[in-house]
Design a protein around this ligand. Structure first.
Ligand SMILES: NC(=O)c1ccc[n+]([C@@H]2O[C@H](COP(=O)([O-])OP(=O)(O)OC[C@H]3O[C@@H](n4cnc5c(N)ncnc54)[C@H](O)[C@@H]3O)[C@@H](O)[C@H]2O)c1
Length: 456
């Protein structure tokens, strides 16, 4: 297993604060997005260290990356490329121009690469089945690339990307943004690796429960022509909008959502899975328009230096109860973590060594006084359960935009001031682990991974 997070590189722009301040700040600020006025005028008159950036794919996620970039100093957008010229492309270009970026717009990425001769980096947020072609072409053009997950919808595509990065020597960061999230980094570096608070990890469970959603739709007057749709691999506007549900274009919710979290399993364990079994069901959508299963349950097995770990993961389309999280259970404690900043908790088994030392060192945050009092007076309803001690907390809470630290890590590395937290090789390992879940559903039996499968 390659580890990409040995040293985090944050430019200091992202907000990292302790948990109690977070609760105050979050309620006062309403967690609203405030685009930094510092970006205005930064473009042409900025320092020579400014990076010339193109956005390839300005849909929902492209827009989120763009918003995060608007908070990062030294980023000058020069081009936006998107096939939906009359809607997504226009929206992104309008916003960037409002913030002082002078840019050109393109429908075809080849024309962009041809005409834009002073680009430094490209951010790719097109549908998964385009990633390989787009990333390889950009790397071959001498550009550093930030490409959204899933790295590719096929392993062949992902392999081409790894090889292109290695061949060209250019950077390829894959968009598993939790790898740069300060609280995930703290949890991995300090809690799991340094303090080993959980003891021997034996079990993981994680989930992304999501409510049933209507199809994405589109304003009829902005529909693309059939010719243009076909040119870019889509059969219809409906398929173009809901591409992630179609075989050959995306991987369904297990890939779309699960890849973020299954990536964390491997990262925290320092190992890749040895087998997976999985089952899928499609309860809500017409299988003609939603070819992938809407709910998938998977069970992975890992063999680590400390022993076997069983890891379950579910992505459920029904309601959003309990949202999304990852939970690691060891013989001395359990740790719950989520990208959602308000969700975390660390439980100490009563027989485990005291954690005062780790609290003093700032690795853990002790339970709040009032929590201890409430807990002590609680009635134990079932004598088979020991009274659970109050939960410790993560001392690091990140309240910024989720993707900002990962982009900052990428830009810092482009400037020679860091190492990528999720280089192509790590993105590939996660793609191998995740794409096999759909194969296991199809095969209806346990599938194994060979160690060499994780390397190109
Ligand atoms: N990291 C995360 O948290 C996260 C979250 C959501 C999506 N994503 C990823 O981001 C990517 C985009 O997802 P989305 O939800 O924004 O999809 P989307 O459909 O909203 O946007 C995709 C955009 O790409 C454009 N496009 C399609 N083919 C193109 C081509 N050949 N050339 C140029 N433009 C093209 C479309 O017109 C559209 O504007 C996917 O890979 C997805 O998995 C990542």
């Amino acid at each position: 297993m390659t580890t990409g997070n040995t040293k985090q590189e944050l430019s200091g722009v992202s907000e990292v604060i302790d948990r109690r301040s977070f609760l105050r700040v979050a309620s006062a600020a309403g967690m609203g997005l405030m685009l930094s006025p510092m970006v205005r005028g930064q473009g042409r008159s900025g320092s020579s260290n400014d990076l010339n950036v193109a956005l390839l794919g300005s849909g929902e996620q492209g827009n989120i990356l763009l918003q995060a970039c608007l908070k990062i100093p030294g980023i000058r957008f020069k081009a936006v490329c998107d096939i939906w010229t009359e809607y997504n492309q226009k929206r992104a270009a309008r916003l960037l121009k409002k913030y002082g970026h002078e840019l050109n717009t393109y429908e075809d990425y080849r024309e962009m690469l041809d005409k834009e001769q002073d680009l430094d980096v490209v951010l790719i947020a097109t549908p998964d089945f385009w990633h390989a072609e787009h990333a390889v072409a950009c790397l071959e053009a001498g550009l550093d690339v930030y490409c959204e997950k899933e790295m590719s919808n096929t392993l062949e595509g992902a392999q081409k990307m790894v090889k292109a990065a290695q061949r060209t020597g250019k950077l390829l960061q894959i968009g598993h943004q939790r790898r740069s999230n300060p609280r995930y980094i703290h949890t991995y570096e300090r809690i799991i690796k340094e303090a080993r608070i959980l003891g021997q990890i034996t079990t993981i469970n994680g989930q992304w429960n999501r409510a049933v959603q209507p199809d994405r739709g589109w304003p009829e007057k902005y529909a693309m022509s059939q010719d243009r749709l076909q040119k870019y691999g889509f059969k219809s506007m409906a398929q173009y909008r809901d591409w992630r549900w179609y075989k050959g274009l995306g991987g369904g919710p297990i890939v779309d959502l699960g890849s973020h979290q299954i990536d964390i399993y491997s990262w925290f364990l320092g190992a890749n899975p040895v087998s997976v079994m999985a089952s899928g069901s499609s309860g809500y959508y017409d299988s003609k328009t939603h070819e992938w299963h809407d709910s998938v349950l998977a069970l992975f097995r890992y063999e680590t230096q400390e022993g076997t770990v069983q890891a379950s993961y579910q992505t459920i389309t029904t309601n959003s109860s309990e949202g999304y999280f990852e939970k690691f259970m060891g013989d001395e404690g359990s740790l719950l973590i989520s990208e959602a900043a308000g969700r975390a908790g660390i439980y100490r088994e009563a027989t485990a060594p005291q954690w005062d030392k780790w609290v003093k060192m700032g690795i853990l945050q002790a339970p709040a006084e009032e929590e201890v009092e409430t807990q002590a007076s609680e009635v134990v309803l079932d004598v088979r359960e020991t009274l659970a001690p109050p939960q410790h907390d993560l001392p690091v809470v990140f309240t910024g935009l989720y993707h900002q630290p990962h982009l900052e890590n990428f830009f810092a590395t482009v400037r020679g001031k860091g190492t990528l937290n999720c280089p192509a090789e790590i993105g590939y390992e996660t793609a191998v682990a995740v794409l096999k879940v759909n194969d296991a559903v199809e095969a209806a039996r346990t599938l194994t991974y060979k160690p060499e499968e994780f390397h190109v």
